[in-house]
Design a protein around this ligand. Sequence first.
Ligand SMILES: C[S@@+](CC[C@H](N)C(=O)[O-])C[C@H]1O[C@@H](n2cnc3c(N)ncnc32)[C@H](O)[C@@H]1O
Length: 278
Amino acid sequence: MGHAKSFHVRFFTQSIRSLQEIYALDIPRIFNITESAHRIHNPFTPDKFATLGTALRLASGVRVLDLGSGSGEMLCTWARDHGIVGTGIDMSPLFTEQAKLRAEELGVTHQVNFIHNDASGYISDEKADVAACVGATWIGGGVAGTIELLAKSLRTGGIILIGEPYWRQLPPTEDIAKKCLANSISDFLGLSELVASFGNLGYDVVEMVLANQDGWDRYEAAKWLTMRRWLEKNPDDELAGEIRSRLSTEPERHTAYTREYLGWGVFALMPRLNLENA
Ligand SMILES: C[S@@+](CC[C@H](N)C(=O)[O-])C[C@H]1O[C@@H](n2cnc3c(N)ncnc32)[C@H](O)[C@@H]1O
């Protein structure tokens, strides 16, 4: 009995601890604030995801894994439009909740599943037909590491999707790269270099859909109204100063730098076929 009691106390304490860990698992709060009204957390617009879904020739029942699934727009709309089934993993509890609500709204809760967790190192039990990381390649420590990670969940003949920025124009100085919110020029490649890098990793680029400047505006400018309204409601919040400062500077920074210098696209990859006679 004494044993059973101490087991239960230990079990209870451990459960509380893991619940605390799960709740503590989050992205920096600033993103949960500035992107709280976003359905898509990258420079893609709904028509770009629709184009990508069609370009990939998705069929009913295709299994899609999405690491860093955000508010779930890609999986939910592809479930509605193409009948795919899928799992998304995201570290933001807010975005994960929004993804579940979106699945309800579109009537696809029986097709998609959203998990709040750190996707670093995530390998699915069931192999995916499409394994994606659309704008979160730090999850695998960069593009190469993320491709390697996604490949572990991919069925033979499946497709990997990588969403990644590239330089539309090479910034002339490191200072300009920083104003595009890169750490340095070397963070990103030009478009043709990025495409070539997939080949160097042993992959064929089998499709690609690129964002445009309007898409960058949807991603960046949508934060400004969200920040303005948040400031009205939260003047005493510890992040109010930071948000105030961003609202003052972001429109000019975005139009002068990100919008001009950075491109963004989703690249569809398949392991390169080596033909003996080719
Ligand atoms: C640029 S957003 C892209 C979101 C989504 N793919 C989309 O297109 O809307 C990056 C996403 O990665 C999530 N994220 C960041 N670090 C993560 C991690 N270690 N594991 C899982 N998700 C992560 C963020 O919460 C955010 O939703």
